[in-house]
Design a protein around this ligand. Sequence first.
Ligand code: GLN
Length: 493
Amino acid sequence: MLDSALEILRLQSTGEASAVDVTEKVFESIESSESSINAFTHVDRDLALATAEAIDKKRRAGEPLGPLAGVPVAAKDVLCTKDMPTTCSSNMLRHFRPPYDATVIEKLRQADAVIVGKTNMDEFAMGASTETSAFGVTRNPWDTSRTPGGSSGGAAACVAAGNVPLSLGSDTGGSIRQPSGFCGVTGLKPTYGRVSRYGLVAFASSLDQIGPIGWSVPDVALLLQAISGFEPRDSTSLDREVPDYTSALQTSDLRGLRIGVLRDALEADGIDDQVRAAVHDAMQVFKSAGAELVDVNLPHSEYWVPTYYVIAPSEASSNLSRYDGAHYGHRATELDPDQVEQLGPLHATYCKSRGEGFGAEVKRRIMVGTYALSEGYADQYYNQALKARRLIKGDYDTAFTQADLLLGPVSPTPAFPLGEKVDDPIQMYLCDLFTVGANLAGIPAISLPAGLNSEGLPLAIQLQAPALQEARLLFAGAAYQTTTDHHQQRPNL
Ligand code: GLN
């Protein structure tokens, strides 16, 4: 089991450990857990050790070092890396090596982090269980018969397993927060535009956001600090100053903070009793820390899932049209003669390449999205969903006049058994009941470990804040973790 990122920084600054020592430990740990959890699509020990050696050398020479010097970080395989493959866990991109780094990867390198590998995910980030990966399922370190959640399942599992202290995930409808919740780690989805999406393979561009996963709030704050900020290559990136996220985390005094409890979520159909109880326990913790609790309602929350499952597939159908075997992605070598006859060689290439390259869930989304955007149906589906999105955003605006933060569950249930929902898309989509609202509204949200249920599976709570108030989430999250020890519990792998 590895130390936290802050502890790794400290050990190196006192000379108790070198970046190479830390990196060696990472690969020992991956070697011992990978056969049971399959969190990675790619690791590169030699590359990581070379980076670590260079950092140690800089330190010995007294050169300035970045804020993540020698800290091992894993990156979800949806982020472009010029020295490692970027597959999106899809056969479509199985052999893709990007010619450039995503902004967040550049920033990790500038911060002197050690990038150890790429983590498994649902194909093109579509899913909530990491079962749609073309590289096999990832298993939950707390119970390997269960899913780690998704789509950033590998990113959450490798942190929970103690392979690395930090990872980067992406969250379009909950993909950082839900797997963090299922794996008992802390995950933050930043405000839309806070972190550059340049080099993030697009799923649903108006919802996608990259964010940090770690054991505890201070570690997550450290990584958020390193990746945030304006970047002109992402036209939706926000040109706003980045506050100091790592300051003011050492407090358990929340006097003056109003926390809105999402009552409707707690009474929703299908929410597990122990999940509900974890939120109730958290209410007591926040109250004891001096926060004022108020009941808050988001009246259109019943439309979150339907709205998301029109907008996200619509954008996906457009974004994924580039993978046709000619411009991008896997190209079929043997064409179907009947198709060539009917469609001509070009379209036959597109059909066969897309047919072979994409898995069933991705195809389903492309079809749903194409339908929702098509002439004759767009007003009924896509344009209607945009109107609903406006109302959903309005609900949050009103709620944030009554409360500074919103508290509720992350997911309706703890980690479910592998295979339970994978053939039932509606059941899988309902996992996103409490997470997609923040994406539709573009606001930040954090998932915090909240204890274990009677079967020893992690429970989690979610806090949501107004746009650009990540510091508030971290402040309240740190207070919660100062008075509880849920984030210190670890699986016995
Ligand atoms: N589970 C959601 C989906 O399948 C969210 C995925 C995500 O955030 N990338 O679309």
